[in-house]
Write a protein that binds this ligand. Sequence first.
Ligand code: PGA
Length: 251
Amino acid sequence: MTIVWCSNYEELSRKAAAIIASQIIIKPTSTIGFATGSTPIGLYANLVKKYQNKEISFANVKAFNLDEYITGSREVGWSFSSFMQTHLFSHVDIPEENTDIPNGVAEDLEVECARYSEALSEVPGGLDYQILGIGTNGHIGFVEPNEFYPLDTHIVDLAESSIIGQRPFFEDWSKIPTRALTVGIRPIMHAKQLLLIASGPEKSEILQKALFGVVTSKVPASILQLHKNLTVVADKEALADILANNPECSL
Ligand code: PGA
């Protein structure tokens, strides 16, 4: 595990973008697992800048996403699919057919889970990079704390803290979906490289538990300790507990 210390969110966003841009430069046909949420917004803004400056092209990149709300016929105003359009895809040259995300309004959600798991399993050698955020309860994607690790794409009832975590995206909190489709642990752990980004004091305690605590499905992100190529890019507020508990860390 490599931890990249950043003094603030802007630096985190720049450094995380530099890592993903390097991947695309080294392998223009990379398959990348993208994440949604507040944390990757700055990373995506920096990737868009790099595209506009002609430093990178997404023309041959393939994109998967971690998760999507289940909304049924309810109109909630946005989705993780629209988030990706707003913050990245509509600003770069990625072909639409190169992007895939679980379909939260599929008629048969179990069939959709199977389709998405299969699509991920067909990526040769696994995703080149998987971008991850972390929930305050330790979730990655929407793999919530549980007695076991779900391996593949599944339907999940969101934990209360995960529902609260969606508030920045909704004016009317009563519209926040309570269920989602999410990948399981398998495609994440099979990815060749992982980039975990975390910002702000509310992530500090869980980041310490996830990266230095017991590996347990009750803290889903703790399994990332077992991955061979985990890079954590976090700001000093998110790293506060790690620094306090590991005085030997020379970040
Ligand atoms: P956030 O969410 O980036 O909005 O904090 C991270 C996550 O829940 O995975």
